[in-house]
Design a binder for this molecule. Sequence first.
Ligand code: IMP
Ligand code: MG
Length: 177
Amino acid sequence: MKTLLTAEQLHDGVDRLGKEINKFYGDQPLTIVGVLTGSIVLLADLIRRLTMPLRVGLVQASSYRGTAIDPGQLTMNFDLLPDVKGRNVLLVDDIFDTGKTLVGLVDELQKHQPASVRCAVLLRKQGRQAVMKEPEYVGFEIPNAFVVGYGLDYQDAYRNLPHVAALEEHEIGKTVH
Ligand code: IMP
Ligand code: MG
């Protein structure tokens, strides 16, 4: 695989995201909602840059992929979501690809009556979007490749890489052990 973003670039990108988010919310209380499992590394790094009164919640979303790199049916689990009624919510995910995951999550979150919902993603894949919505905060724009590391997986592997790498053609479709 080929390194796309080094640990140092990621560090700087998360700094930038943190500054933008701090600037927008100021001293207003915020609930960060991380999307399991891909957002965990970003979540841990990002919340330490935020200065407003902060709560952290989690939701789970997955589109079955298996050895494929194209998304399937979206399933969501909101059991770990704290009460967000009347609160500002920032949904944090690893990557904005087709956008269907974030749109599905935002629609579901609205049922819990938050004061506002905005979205932050580490990566946005260029030319893949299939929805009208865009995330308010984007760490990096990347070309259309399947990427792993810094929380992102292929068949649940590689989440622990400190950098982001793009899989090469011959690495896709094989079972990872
Ligand atoms: P979307 O619904 O198509 O925007 O896909 C978003 C979800 O698919 C993300 O939360 C990721 O879990 C996963 N995903 C999309 N592209 C990639 C990738 O290149 N590498 C790893 N996971 C990805
Ligand atoms: Mg994900």
